[in-house]
Design a protein around this ligand. Structure first.
Ligand SMILES: Cc1ncc(COP(=O)(O)O)c(C=O)c1O
Length: 382
């Protein structure tokens, strides 16, 4: 765990809190991690993987934190990390992580060169969906005298990257397997939109369809003598389905560690709110104005949270969020209950981009700040 020199930080940098402070005294807006809930989420993911005999490769793009990634490996038993960007992966390799999948296509020649250099220090895997890209990766790997491991990405319904046809997947797998400098390591088959389908039946239908497609391609590859060490996919919404598939062997869930307001809307098999994971991330905010009758204004605006997945929810209090501006959040308070400097925990609509707006996680247990963790790869989008 990184141990920031808090005395030094007090002099030169702003931090929202110091260890030992009461949560009530944290400067806002600040990201709060409820450590008990977070650790519980790690245990739940570990148990899910144990139950089905699959591995977890935790998606670090969600939190971008070296400290959290370490705990996902040490306590959560994750076998490695996923990153979405080379610059993000560089942060984790510098911190000593030895097994990282870039769950994305890397096509820019300069970025490919940086990717290949990383493979000198860690096992590096990357996704492909293009033959020319395979050739470019192989050249870079030979130039750096490294092996880059490659997953062929399938579009299993997400409509994002990945090849749609079995023939396309075979051609790529054969090209990778016959390219010195590269190793064919398997398939990437992530269905992004399915994660957030509210109904369990819709999620199951989408993932059943993905499983069928992956199974057929695995058979075709076996016919060519190509086996897959990794069949990867799954976010937080469908992890249990891929885990139970007998086809996928690596889950890539990230948001499970924090659980945002968007994920809180998905339902279980019985149509109840899914209780697989707990809210562990909050945006702590303070009331800064009650001048308007029936409203309270808080200090958590668009510079501290993103709204593409909807407005935040107020944790354990019955206040409706009416809107959000650059620096302000507007709450309905019909009975004028809120007072200046009251603190409210908000559940962000979408955790990944919200975390990327902050420098620090303030880690809290029983209302007291236990430690601070930097958002180590904040802004690393190259
Ligand atoms: C390829 C890939 N795998 C896994 C995930 C993790 O999903 P979640 O954070 O919903 O668990 C994502 C998120 O967008 C992703 O793009």
């Amino acid at each position: 765990m990184i141990a920031p020199d808090f005395a030094q930080l007090e002099l030169g940098l702003d931090v929202p809190a110091l260890p030992g402070m009461a949560e009530e005294d944290v400067l806002t807006p600040a990201l709060i991690i409820d450590l008990d809930a977070f650790e519980d989420n790690l245990s739940r993911m570990r148990a899910l993987c144990q139950t089905y005999g699959v591995r977890h490769r935790a998606h670090a793009k969600m939190h971008k934190s070296v400290d959290i990634a370490r705990l996902q490996v040490e306590r959560g038993n994750a076998v490695g990390l996923c990153c979405q960007k080379v610059s993000e992966a560089e942060v984790f390799v510098r911190a000593g992580f030895k097994d990282i999948l870039i769950s994305n296509e890397i096509t820019d020649p300069v970025r490919i060169d940086r990717l290949a250099r990383l493979a000198r220090h860690a096992r590096i895997l990357v996704c492909v969906d293009d033959l020319a890209n395979v050739a470019a990766l192989a050249r870079a790997a030979r130039c750096q005298d490294v092996t880059i491991e490659v997953l062929v990405e399938l579009d299993v319904g997400a409509g994002r990257c990945g090849v749609k046809t079995a023939n396309g997947a075979m051609a790529l797998a054969q090209a990778v397997a016959s390219s010195p400098g590269l190793r064919f390591s398997g398939l990437q088959a992530y269905h992004g939109p399915a994660q957030h389908f509210r109904s369990f039946a819709d999620r199951r239908a989408a993932i059943d369809q993905a499983i069928g497609k992956v199974r057929a391609i695995l058979d075709d590859l076996a016919g060519l003598g190509l086996s897959c060490d990794i069949v990867g996919g799954a976010g937080t919404g469908t992890a249990a389905l891929e885990a139970a598939s007998g086809v996928y062997n690596e889950l890539q869930s990230g948001s499970y560690a924090f659980l945002d307001a968007s994920y809180a809307t998905i339902e279980d098999e019985n149509g109840r709110p899914s209780a697989m994971f707990r809210h562990a991330l909050f945006l702590l905010s303070s009331v800064m104005s009650t001048a308007a009758e029936g409203r309270a204004i808080c200090d958590a605006g668009l510079k501290s949270q993103t709204l593409e997945s909807g407005l935040p929810k107020v944790w354990m209090r019955d206040f409706q969020v009416l809107g959000c501006n650059d620096e302000h959040l507007i709450l309905a308070d019909p009975q004028n209950q809120l007072k200046l400097n009251d603190k409210l925990r908000l559940i962000p609509g979408h955790c990944d981009p919200t975390c990327n707006l902050h420098d620090w996680y303030v880690c809290v247990r029983n209302g007291v700040v236990e430690t601070l963790w930097p958002v180590s790869a904040r802004g690393k989008s190259l």
